[in-house]
Write a protein that binds this ligand. Structure first.
Ligand SMILES: Nc1ncnc2c1ncn2[C@@H]1O[C@H](COP(=O)(O)OP(=O)(O)OP(=O)(O)O)[C@@H](O)[C@H]1O
Length: 322
């Protein structure tokens, strides 16, 4: 990582009438990072990408992408960014190669240069074998990979991806992530993506969590989870109320009983469980120890779970059409 800041926002805000979609956003994304913008539906992710990609005009504040101001120099920004939205942008009747050639013409990439770039990018996303098949014969994952290759054709410095794996099965999602990691290794590119999948955010170098238009927290997945600092231990016992009482009295640790058993949080679950089992007088049927997750981080920084906060489908495609 070079340490150069490629995406920088200061007080970036967007109001739609009286409604604040994004409020006072300060972000710094370094060159070569995979940066995840995480939040429930309506958190302001699409509006932020829209402002960074010069599709939505900020109401207040500033943003620079690849060194250019999004309001004063939108054309310079556009030449340096690639966009992959959820809405398909491929022509199903054309082959992968033809779709790529079309994109090259759109961006004025010289023909000779385009030919070698297309071959290299189709190789990067593992579509060389199928480059001459019409795109309507592709699977969802192949189409998404082709969209990514297309977004890279004019060698952007920053690639913006809106929910790149939505609607794909887990295996295909894993493959897309493999391609994104490879892309970052092989090209000097910064990847800025939105997601509302907490598990996916684990793949990012750094994450910003948005909630109701504001930045709730940011950091590496490990840093964010370290803030929680404790493992979740769940016990199923012959008498949960008695087990919870033992936990409180012998260990001075708060324990809740619920439908899934007795739940408690301790710094080191693996070390705690044998000590607990030695003290407890009721039969223990099962124990699970879960290290902190990004779900816990979301709950900790917003007061609710991301699933509770979620309430509808993505909106970036609608923004693009605006
Ligand atoms: N053109 C618009 N006019 C009015 N309100 C808007 C407009 N675009 C977005 N909003 C509102 O701004 C807020 C943030 O929306 P945004 O689409 O940026 O969220 P998001 O985090 O990207 O959600 P999603 O995952 O659904 O795309 C929402 O309350 C949304 O209703």
């Amino acid at each position: 990582m070079s340490g150069t800041t490629v995406v920088e926002t200061r007080g970036l805000s967007k109001l739609f009438g009286q409604r604040a979609a994004v409020t006072g956003l300060d972000l710094d994304v370094a060159a070569g990072e995979i940066f995840g913008f995480l939040g429930p539906n309506g958190a302001g992710k699409s509006t932020t990408i829209g402002m960074l990609a010069t599709l939505v005009r900020p109401t207040l504040g500033e943003a620079r992408v690849a060194g250019y101001d999004v309001t004063r120099d939108p054309h310079a920004v556009r030449r340096r960014i690639g966009l992959v939205f959820q809405e398909p942008s491929l022509d199903g009747e054309l082959t992968a190669q033809e779709n790529m050639r079309f994109q090259a013409e759109l961006f004025g990439v010289p023909r000779r240069e385009a030919r070698s770039a297309i071959a290299a990018l189709l190789g990067l996303v593992d579509l060389t074998d199928r480059k001459d098949s019409p795109v309507h014969t592709y699977s969802g994952g192949m189409k998404r990979r082709l969209e990514i290759a297309k977004g890279l054709l004019h060698t952007p410095r920053v690639l913006f991806l809106d929910e790149p794996t939505t609607g794909l099965d887990p295996q295909t999602r894993a493959a897309i992530w493999e391609h994104l990691h490879r892309l970052r290794e092989e090209q000097e590119i910064t990847i800025f993506l939105t997601t509302h999948h907490l598990e996916e955010a684990e793949n990012c170098d750094r994450i910003a969590i948005m909630d109701e238009g504001e930045l709730a927290t940011e950091g590496t997945p490990a840093e964010l989870k370290a803030v929680i600092g404790s493992d979740l231990v769940v016990l199923r016992t012959g008498d949960d109320a008695e087990a919870a009482r033992t936990v409180r009295e012998r260990f001075g640790t708060e324990a809740e009983t619920g439908t899934d058993g007795v739940r408690l949080r301790v710094a080191d679950g693996a070390a705690f469980v044998p000590r607990l089992c030695a003290e407890i007088s009721v039969p223990v049927h099962a124990v699970t120890v879960t290290p902190p997750t990004l779900d816990d981080v979301f709950l900790h920084s917003t007061g609710r779970t991301i699933r509770d906060a979620d309430d509808g489908p993505g909106a970036l495609a609608a923004l693009e059409r605006r």
